[in-house]
Design a protein around this ligand. Structure first.
Ligand code: FAD
Length: 402
């Protein structure tokens, strides 16, 4: 495992220290299903929101790897806090810092450094894995764009101030491609033309997931996020930025699994049956050994992905997908086995084990499912496109003939 520099170790230790407070409130956030505002305020005061924002925009200008060290510590204690640290350092904020105008970067930096966790709006009821089937349209009207459409499973919907909305851009009646549109909430309610309705979810209950409806939402042209390469390449470039978010999601999965493992190690040595610590039974000792192996392997992939940031400033696509698949699948196994070590006590809502199990489940779904990301990995190791639509290979062949 790569050694950390002194600065990296200090950053991780600072996060570990504050994560004790995160641990103390994790059960309450889960039970109340309320966004943990007081903890977010503590994270903001400690400088953990906007770590990756460049110095010229008022942030500390740290790397994705630095952010990963912080995210893992919070996720061990409170996966909701870990996810907040992801979205305050990666995803929408990464895309805006890379592609945004000076004014857009200023708005995003000020909001995030003040404690906002931005929302990224891609998924729609009829466009999940097939995200490019999205129907939300942004139609140009003079100096503005008018957005209509429905998004679903939007993390932080209703609490986030900064929104990055993916929509089909239509100019002069012609569809140009998929672009990013920035909407910042200034007052208390949702912006005019936007409503949020909470979706009850299995885990990570302190983080609202929401259906977002947009009806006549007006966005000034100055708030269109224009990645280099124009509209036609807009979606691809925005998804490059999403590789950062994927590494972040992999880190939360890693962190919460490591948290569950730590609890399992303690319990296995403290609990006695048949007159001996249960850790002495080989069935459990090997279970713990396998957990430690899987955790170290996942951490190695996550760290490699975080350190792979290429010339565009984002983590490598293949490394990010490999890390996310590994960490997401691992977290489901490790949290389940950690609960098994606890026996009936682990099944009680008075202990954190059942929360870890529920919290782990989403990472194989959100931000690219385990299946879709495996196809992405396969495309890259095979060096060929693997179209998923029925006519995909036929169209590829036709294109090659032309
Ligand atoms: P579907 O696409 O309907 O897939 C259903 C099943 O079919 C899955 O098992 C999938 O793997 C499989 N499948 C589909 N296509 C293929 C294929 N080609 N090959 C093999 N298997 C396939 N979205 C946002 O935009 N912003 C957010 O902030 C956000 N946060 C989320 C938070 C949570 C907790 C969750 C659960 C989801 C979130 N999402 C968000 C949505 C998420 O990105 C989608 O759920 C995901 O892309 C999958 O889409 P779907 O759920 O519609 O599943």
């Amino acid at each position: 495992m790569t050694e950390l520099t002194d600065a990296e170790s200090r950053l991780r230790d600072r996060a570990r220290e504050l994560a004790r407070e995160a641990a103390a409130q994790a059960a309450a956030a889960d039970r109340s299903e309320q966004y943990p505002w007081p903890m977010v305020a503590r994270m903001q005061q400690a400088g953990f929101m906007g770590l990756t924002i460049p110095k010229e925009m008022g942030g500390p200008g740290l790397s994705y790897f630095d952010a990963v060290l912080v995210i893992e510590e919070f996720s061990k204690a409170c996966a909701v806090c870990g996810r907040i640290a992801v979205e305050a350092n990666m995803g929408a904020v990464g895309a805006i810092m890379a592609y945004g105008s000076a004014a857009q970067k200023k708005i995003a930096a000020e909001l995030v450094l003040a404690g906002d966790k931005p929302a990224i709006l891609i998924t729609e009821p009829e466009a999940g894995s097939a995200a490019t089937d999205m129907r939300t349209r942004a139609v140009r009207r003079g100096d503005s764009w008018v957005i209509d459409g429905d998004k679903t499973w939007i993390t932080g919907g209703g609490v986030s101030r900064l929104h990055l909305i993916f929509a089909r851009a239509v100019e002069d009646g012609e569809e140009k491609g998929i672009g990013g549109f920035i909407v910042a909430r200034t007052g208390e309610g949702m912006p005019d033309g936007m409503t949020a309705e909470r979706i009850p979810s299995m885990g990570l209950r302190g983080m609202p997931e929401a259906n977002i409806a947009m009806r006549g939402l007006v966005v000034p042209d100055s708030m269109v996020l224009r990645p280099p390469g124009g509209w036609a390449r807009g979606f691809g470039r925005l998804m490059d930025a999403y590789n950062g978010q994927r590494v972040g999601a992999a880190t939360v999965a890693l962190g919460l699994a490591a948290g569950a493992y730590d609890h399992a190690l303690v319990r296995a040595q403290a609990r006695e049956q048949f007159g001996r610590p249960i850790a002495e039974f080989q069935g459990l000792a090997w279970m713990l050994a396998d957990m430690s192996i899987e955790l170290e392997a996942s951490r190695a992939l996550v760290w490699r992905a975080a350190r792979s940031a290429g010339p565009n400033g984002f983590p490598d696509r293949l490394a990010a997908a490999q890390a996310k698949v590994m960490a997401a699948d691992m977290a489901i196994r490790v949290t389940n086995n950690a609960l098994q070590v606890w026996g009936a006590a682990g099944y009680s809502r008075e202990n954190p084990m059942e929360r870890y199990v529920r919290d782990a489940r989403m990472f194989a779904i959100a931000g690219g499912t385990a299946q879709v990301l495996r196809t992405q990995v396969a495309e890259q190791i095979l060096g060929r496109k693997l179209p998923q639509t029925r006519g995909g290979f036929v169209r590829l062949a036709e294109k090659a003939e032309r």
